[in-house]
Design a protein around this ligand. Structure first.
Ligand code: PMV
Length: 374
């Protein structure tokens, strides 16, 4: 295909919304430099599981941005004359060639929106605040931190002003192309990703701040992550999402998730924690139900995951506490509770739940407000 035909082809397959992220010509050509961002992980309340096209979600999701589980990334860049991508990735100062194919694929996906990627060679230095192989996915925090760094570089190449709103939107858009859930890690404390008829401004392309009233019960919401299994992920996200393609319950699941998000709108407004719990726990179990009923099928929960869930339910029955749980695509349990219950729930976790964690390990976190330039 000739170059101009290719450009038209690209224009046609992109909606107007995507074209807004293709930059104008760069006016500056710095020789080298570096930028750093720290970006958090997030925990979904309504889960994203199933995608189409280029990292577009089959249903809308919503998450609390976390505060303490973060990735810090420094991106060094140096002008080059050779063609193609050139980069190296370092985790805790050690070269991680294992990460490079994923970053290469990410660069391929975003080069249309960040054309300077082929003009520079990069050194990506990254570290996580949470322990290595703790079973906590670093893709959301890692991909969002890298996207923010790349966008900061782009900002320095252009004299056209970039508003904060546009910067955050494009950062989320880029992060999404690295890892879907990463689109929800740029801002906080509640982020919606995926078009939803009842949420104004929601988009499949990027995450937005939840735009409606949030009751004080949900401020500084606590998330203590119980490290049940520190092993490698049994099912990668890519394989997992693909399982939804011909899943017998896929359509019902996507509808259920969108309905659950609708229910949450009034719950966030009136602060009804009992109803909140019902939605959040059902979402966690529905995500795992999808994995148990796909072909091939997986059980990602461990016996201790179930022990913890039963202990939480018993504690709630005995005390009237509003503590609840959610799960990611793994065995770890996120224990969610309002800030007002911090003391008794932490005591319960230490006394009753820590015994089910690998080496008694858990991470205390809470909802946070997104990435920061460092
Ligand atoms: O962002 P991905 O492609 O790794 O998908 C993550 C999906 C879940 O974490 C299981 C759910 C979610 O919405 O975060």
């Amino acid at each position: 295909m000739r170059r101009f035909q290719f450009a038209i082809f690209v224009q046609n397959i992109l909606s107007m919304n995507e074209t807004q992220f293709i930059p104008k010509l760069y006016t500056k050509k710095p020789e080298n430099g570096s930028v750093s961002w720290q970006s958090p992980s997030n925990i979904a309340l309504v889960k994203y599981w199933g995608k189409y096209g280029e990292q577009l979600p089959k249903n809308a999701s919503i998450s609390f941005t976390l505060n303490n589980c973060v990735t810090k990334t420094t991106l060094f860049y140096e002008r080059k004359s050779s063609h193609g991508f050139e980069f190296e990735v370092y985790l805790d100062n050690t070269r991680e060639v294992g990460f490079e194919p994923k970053i290469h694929k990410f660069f391929e996906r975003v080069v249309l929106y960040l054309p300077f990627l082929t003009d520079y060679k990069f050194r990506i230095e990254t570290s996580n605040s949470f322990p290595h192989s703790s079973g906590i996915a670093s893709s959301a925090s890692g991909m969002s931190a890298l996207s923010l760094c790349l966008l900061s570089v782009e900002k320095s190449l252009s004299s056209v002003e970039m508003t904060d709103a546009y910067f955050n939107q494009k950062a989320s858009f880029l992060a999404r192309l690295g890892s879907g859930s990463a689109s929800r890690s740029i801002e906080g404390d509640l982020i919606v990703w995926g078009e939803h008829p009842n949420i104004e401004g929601s988009s499949n392309l990027f995450g937005i701040k939840y735009p409606y009233t949030i009751h004080k019960n949900f401020l500084n919401y606590q998330d203590t992550i119980l490290l049940v299994d520190k092993g490698e992920k049994q099912v990668s996200s890519t394989v997992g999402h693909d399982l939804m393609y011909d899943h017998p319950f896929a359509e019902q699941r996507f509808e259920q998730a969108n309905n659950n998000l609708s229910f949450l709108i009034s719950i966030f407004e009136n602060g009804d924690l009992s109803k909140f719990i019902k939605i959040v726990e059902s979402e966690a179990l529905s995500l795992h139900a999808m994995m148990m009923t796909s072909q091939p099928y997986f059980i990602l929960m461990k016996p201790n995951t179930l022990e913890i869930i039963n202990y939480i339910w018993a504690f709630r029955n005995e005390t009237g506490s509003k503590v609840c749980f959610t799960l990611d695509a793994g065995a770890n349990v996120h224990v969610l509770y309002p800030e007002a219950e911090k003391e008794p729930v932490l005591e319960f976790i230490k006394k009753e739940l820590a015994q089910f964690c690998k080496n008694g390990g858990f991470i205390e976190d809470q909802s946070g407000f997104g990435a920061v330039s460092v």
